[in-house]
Design a binder for this molecule. Structure first.
Ligand code: HOZ
Length: 430
């Protein structure tokens, strides 16, 4: 099945493919696992994307998370345009960087010091290098199906596009990198314990998405995150929370506030940049002060703390700090889940819905979906048919089974009502 205006997008995609590998600058955009040509976006406002033919879609991708206020929020746009008029990059210090760092520290209690970078990938790569420098150890533990960006250490049994396209471990990653990454199973503390037993005193860090968001949404089972904390304690192993998705999404203090587990280092991105390239990693001051120029662990960036991204991030975080923001968003997400469950009740084949806060995935398989293996049981072909049945009705979902749906503050009752009607029609067709 293809969307009605696939012709125009197919031509645009063909043109893009002649100069860009696969016609995309990030693989999950390519629609490869759902079929058809990707839509080309011209603009966006509130909960809507507008494609190059002028067709409007309700957007549940929200740029993969950053657009928690909806697209083109007036405060963010005003901050960016005002700042741009004074120059777009200085490669020198600005007070707004300090202000954003202070805001992150004030919101996320485990963060005493923070370094601003430009992408989630940069944040996770740098956090792992810092953990290695701090501990003097080389190995890290990651979980199968978790995705921490495209750094070499992480493209081993990775989620997101790597999982979607069936290349969870990428060629080009050296054997050396691969052997320093130890693989555990999400929600399985015994698998982590076994790695600690077999690799005593060599593990620099455990890195985990506290709520897995890149093999679809997986909920951490009670005791899992605290169990990781306990395993690290006393072993001089650092616990790194990759909160690139959950940071400022589940609340101002992210998943660590939601589940009350304190990591040593935290990686942030997406929401904290208001849709511009901005990310960060931070944590205990004694660890962060190992970074150059204070300490010997090197990490740098010409555009790090860029004034436009900093202004967008500050503007967005100020909105999120207004009283009641998360209560309203999470309440709406709760209603969304209930209504989705009732709409999906008409589906003849098994399904399983996972939600934490305003992140949700419907897996087309019997539940529970709690780890990589159970996520892989989802019927990606059926998801593809559902995706296109929704796209035909003007609803844009993630073009892969193994991603999250994101709700924004702009997804009001009217928008959600239209979406649920579309879900009912879609499941009668697939
Ligand atoms: N799941 C990915 C980020 N968390 C999707 C974005 C991308 O790879 O382009």
């Amino acid at each position: 099945m293809t969307s009605p205006d696939a012709g125009g997008h197919a031509a645009r995609h063909e043109r893009a493919k002649r100069v860009i590998p696969g016609g995309v600058n990030s693989p999950v955009r390519a629609f490869q696992s759902v079929g058809g040509a990707p839509i080309f976006v011209k603009s966006a406002h509130g909960p809507y994307l507008v494609d190059a033919d002028g067709r409007e879609f309700i957007d549940f991708v929200c740029s993969w998370g950053p657009m928690i206020l909806g697209h083109a929020h007036p405060s963010v746009i005003e901050a960016v345009t005002r700042t741009a008029a004074s120059g777009t990059s200085f490669g020198a210090c600005t007070e707004s960087e300090t202000e954003l760092a202070e805001m992150v520290r004030d919101c996320v209690p485990s963060v005493e010091k923070v370094r601003l970078v430009c992408s989630g990938t940069e944040a996770t790569m740098s956090a792992v290098r810092l953990a290695r420098g701090y501990t003097g150890r080389e190995k890290i533990v990651k979980f199968r199906g978790c995705y921490h960006g495209h750094g070499d250490s992480f493209l081993i049994s990775a989620g997101s596009g790597a999982m979607t396209f069936g290349n969870p471990s990428s060629p080009g990653v050296t054997k050396g990198s691969a052997q320093d990454t130890l693989l555990a199973e999400y929600n399985d503390l015994d698998s982590v314990r076994a790695l600690f037993q077999a690799n005593a005193d060599t593990i620099a860090a455990i890195i985990v998405e506290p709520v897995a968001g890149n093999m679809g949404v997986l909920v951490p089972e009670p005791g899992f995150l605290q169990g990781l904390r306990d395993l690290c304690d006393g072993k001089r192993t650092l616990l790194i929370f990759d909160e690139v998705i959950t940071g400022f999404r589940l609340g101002l203090a992210g998943a660590q506030g939601f589940y009350r587990v304190t990591p040593d280092l935290t990686c942030l991105g997406k929401i904290m940049g208001g849709g511009l390239p901005m990310a960060a990693y931070g944590g205990r001051a004694d660890i962060m002060d190992m970074l150059s120029p204070v300490g010997p662990v090197y990490q740098a960036g010409t555009l790090a703390g860029n004034p436009l991204a900093t202004a967008a991030g500050l503007a967005q975080l100020r909105e999120l700090r207004k009283p009641g923001f998360y209560e309203t968003l999470n309440k709406r997400a709760e209603t969304w889940e209930m209504e989705m469950r009732s709409a999906l009740a008409g589906l003849k084949t098994p399904w399983c819905l996972n939600r934490v806060g305003s992140l949700m995935t419907v897996f087309f398989c019997a539940g529970p979906v709690r780890d990589y293996e159970s996520a892989l049981k989802a019927d990606a072909g059926l998801y593809g048919r559902f995706f296109h049945a929704m796209l035909d009705q003007g609803i844009y979902l993630a073009p892969s089974q193994f991603e999250a749906a994101f709700l924004s503050a702009a997804h009001d009752d009217g928008v959600m009502g239209r979406t649920l009607e579309a879900v009912r029609r879609a499941i009668s067709r697939i």
